[in-house]
Design a protein around this ligand. Structure first.
Ligand code: ADP
Length: 426
């Protein structure tokens, strides 16, 4: 009887002890799970059995899924930013206070800001251009604004278009685009249209004046003949202008001349010589009034140029006609063909005319640029000849070189690369 209660006490004590041990071990495992969840490091997941183990495994899976989804989001953001980074247009993201949150390298280069150093700087403190400041103060600008970009100089303009958009809660997006070339092209187009209109208006005014004179005044037969010949000159001038304009537009719109087409040099020289003599005769009232020489290196007499015959003829004919027109009667016009030391083919048109001052040389190939406007008009010039020559040479992989000195005559040289001509002797 005495042993029974004693064993019950032992059993109870044992059970209590076991419960205590279990509780302590459970608390310890709970403590480990809590300690791990504090940092949630997937490399340090505690290995536990029982419910704590199940719980830890669940938590580990959830954490791993979340980490994967964060990695995927980060990768998407990186891809997105690097796509914007490669854009030829600039992107600047501004927060509520107009501070830079992010910008791509293009915007940084165009606006003269630093993509990393200037983050969280107010854009207004970095860009002091009054046009930009005024634009940023507008509530809802509908049109982009054009400002001077980084490195802008009067002789080398850089023009940047900036467009502002609002997004999110008070945030702003600036999109920038380099419009320098577009603006230059637009200015050139405007100038060109103005020049063409002016060039056509002048002979047209003269023509309609003569028409009115003939219609209203009782003229003698010889007076009529005189007026009609003046009218023919003006009509001829307009025709020349339209022809040159068409040539230029053909040059701009057609593909580069193929290497499979070829044109004999001898034919080119012969037709230009005939033209030059004809022009000289027409200027000298019937007689060839210049000393005109066409000379080809004997090794090149059978040479052929690879390219468009009509274009090549127009280029050389423009140079020869200029040499005759800008050289007084009795002067020399010398056209020669030779081979350059690098294998190029050189066609040189040299005259003993008035020459051209150095400051005009770089602009001679611009459309409608003339040194002596009245001289050009008197002799039937359009101001487009050298622009056509330059264009033709570029299309044939060659170049035009001009050397001249006032009082010493001029030398215009066409240089064709070795790949653009062939000869059996050279
Ligand atoms: P244009 O039809 O007026 O001759 P070009 O484009 O052929 O137009 O030439 C541009 C200008 O260059 C001419 O107006 C002229 O002032 C000058 N020029 C061209 N060739 C010569 C030359 N051989 N000698 C002197 N001036 C020249």
């Amino acid at each position: 009887m005495g042993d029974k209660p004693q064993s019950m006490v032992y059993t109870l004590a044992g059970a209590l002890l076991a419960a205590l041990v279990w509780m302590l071990s459970d608390m310890w495992r709970g403590y480990r799970v809590r300690a791990w969840l504090r940092h949630g490091d997937l490399a340090m997941v505690p290995h536990l059995s029982g419910w704590w183990g199940v719980l830890t495994e669940r938590a580990r899976k959830l954490l791993r899924e979340r980490e994967r989804s964060i990695d995927a989001s980060e990768q998407r953001l990186k891809d997105f930013l690097s796509a914007i980074q490669t854009s030829p247009n600039g992107v600047v993201m501004l927060d509520k206070q107009a501070q830079i949150e992010w910008c791509n390298q293009t915007a940084a280069a165009q606006l003269g800001i630093h993509a990393e150093r200037d983050v969280m700087q107010r854009i207004g403190n970095l860009m002091r251009d009054p046009v930009f400041t005024a634009y940023m103060s507008l509530e809802q600008p509908s049109e982009p604004v054009v400002i001077e970009g980084r490195g802008h100089r009067v002789d080398r303009p850089v023009r940047i278009s900036v467009q502002r958009h609002r997004y999110g809660e008070g945030k702003q997006l600036l999109l920038t685009r380099d419009v320098t070339v577009v603006e230059q092209a637009e200015a050139m187009r405007r100038d060109f249209v103005a020049n063409v209109s002016h060039e056509i208006r002048t002979p047209l005014t003269v023509l309609s004046g003569f028409v009115e004179t003939i219609q209203t005044l009782p003229l003698r037969e010889e007076e009529k003949t005189h007026y009609l010949s003046l009218m023919a000159t003006q009509a001829h001038r307009m025709q020349g202008l339209v022809e040159d304009l068409l040539t230029l537009s053909r040059l701009e719109g057609s593909p580069v001349p193929s290497m499979r087409q070829s044109f004999p040099l001898s034919r080119l020289m012969a037709s230009c010589e005939q033209e030059a003599k004809g022009l000289s005769a027409s200027l000298g009232q019937g007689d060839v009034s210049h000393h005109i020489h066409f000379v080809v290196n004997p090794l090149l007499t059978d040479a052929v140029l690879m390219g468009e015959g009509r274009e090549l003829q127009s280029a050389l004919s423009n140079l020869v006609s200029n040499a005759v027109r800008y050289t007084p009667a009795g002067g020399d016009v010398h056209v020669s063909v030779d081979q350059g030391i690098d294998g190029s083919l050189l066609i040189e048109v040299r005259d003993s005319g008035a020459g051209i001052a150095a400051e005009h040389l770089p602009r001679l190939t611009e459309r409608f640029y003339r040194v002596d406007r009245s001289r050009s008009r008197e002799s039937g010039g359009t101001g487009l000849g050298l622009a056509i020559v330059k264009h033709v040479m570029q299309r044939h992989g060659g170049s035009l070189h001009i050397a001249s000195e006032v009082g010493q005559g001029s030398c215009f040289k066409l240089v064709f690369p070795a790949s653009r001509w062939m000869s059996t002797h050279a």
